[in-house]
Design a protein around this ligand. Sequence first.
Ligand code: OXD
Ligand code: MN
Length: 580
Amino acid sequence: MEAWVEQAAQLTKPDRIQFCDGSDAENESILQQMLRQSDSYRLNPKTYSNCYLHRSNPSDVARTEHLTFICTPDKEDVGPTNNWMDPGGAKYKVGQLLSDSMRGRTMYVVPYIMGPANSPLSKVGVEVTDSPYVVANMRIMARIGKVATDRLGSSSDFVPGLHSLGDLDPLRRYIAHFPQEQLIWSVGSGYGGNALLGKKCFALRIASYMARKQGWMAEHMLILGLESPGGKVTYMAAAFPSACGKTNLAMMVSALEDQGYKVWTVGDDIAWMRIGADGYLHAINPEAGFFGVAPGTGMKTNPNVMRALNRNTIFTNVGLTSTDEPWWEGMGEEPPPGLITWRGEKWDTSKGAAAHPNSRYTVPAHQSPSISPQFESPEGVPISAFIFGGRRARLAPLVYEAFDWQHGVYVGATMASETTAAATGDVGITRRDPMAMLPFCGYNMADYFQHWLDMGKRIPHPPKIFHVNWFRKGADGKFLWPGYGENVRVLKWILERVEGKGHAEETPIGYVPTQNALTLDGLQLPSESLRELFRVDADDWEQDLSDTREFFAKFGGRLPAQLRDEFQGVVRRFEHSVSA
Ligand code: OXD
Ligand code: MN
């Protein structure tokens, strides 16, 4: 590690190097350094103890997928859904931007563990960065400092990540991954997904590459435990594209709590999974905190996280009240007088939203009242169900179950969603996002599908696979399903299917709950809404199938034949159902 840090310093030429031990005293000094820069503020210490607001450069507010590269000698190895650079070329180009980039700055060295400190599934990374904001966030999102150097010892088995803010100009911004060397270089951005290298860069892009080689899975999935009456907890992992409600689902306050159904949070974004001695797939959450989207988060949508956010939290690009408290749209309160926008201007209605739509909170996971007692479990939790989903205003029913693993892989591979503000680009466009991994898969997605198919053959007790859509709209343009805490009703049906009990009928796309299969007591849902929520419309699916065909064609001969077979299977079943 010291040798690599020395190399990084020779390239970037910092004035000082600070090795982080993760102690409280050190954190205090990092926060002071963060506050000395003009973009960070301490929030009201009475109501938001040890909380901070950071305002990022307005051109640096989200992941920049067009500036994110996977660097391998053979272009084919990254596939049609990733940006490619040759490793030598990338080292030269990005190296020029990193060269001398830390002059006049401190280089912080942050050793960290992704995953519980004593878990065999966890892995060590080392990030060097010139941003105290990044260090303060890494401290919440990973286990940093001594615990990591102790685990590493004199071994060189760690993922090095070199990060520099550079000059924050998007024209000089690159997030480059070298999977074969297990190396990350990021320059020109301070935004979470681009700069907290343990998260998307390591725990998804590099880890997905490692996982395929080593026979495990690194997925963009939340992990939750559903407790049922009697106290048994069944674990599920769910993949939704960015900003589709993973955090809210993982931390849900169940609408069926008085019937004995309660949700426990293990993770809200990433799952690392290995086959356990019991034949189940076991999952750990590699992260130690939640980096959640603030707008839309309130006491109605996510009371658990709201109860966690009043201490030890870093807010990024939210609004600021005259009493030094954070504010965002959907928090549940009207804009207060004297509100300041995320750009630091006085808010009025002409300014639009006071908080940036991708503004975030970074909060320690253990502060959520819903945190699972298994959160630190070294062996992880056994997963009984995988849930895929996205925002589909028209197409997909509220929930359906795949016929088997191979069909489930097809369901995941054909996932699509209407885009949100988590990445730069147009919002509201439907894009294919297989397993929610489109921006995060560190190799050719066709090979990733094959890895999923192979894993299914190796797992003695594979999870059942489901698809949900909380976002279906009626003819009036309104959401048909209330969502949030009511989603537990869908989880309950999934649990019943896992236990071989829930009722369902076969449709061309999978098993859909029968009209009375969902527990709906206490919900005033018109029966037309219910019918609409479960409807499988042949015309809509026909259109979607032609889009899927185009998407699959991108992968050419590398697409696994089993997925072509599954595609034909859906087409055939629709033809039968129409002629019947
Ligand atoms: C995230 C994302 O921040 O997916 O989790 O963009
Ligand atoms: Mn995510």
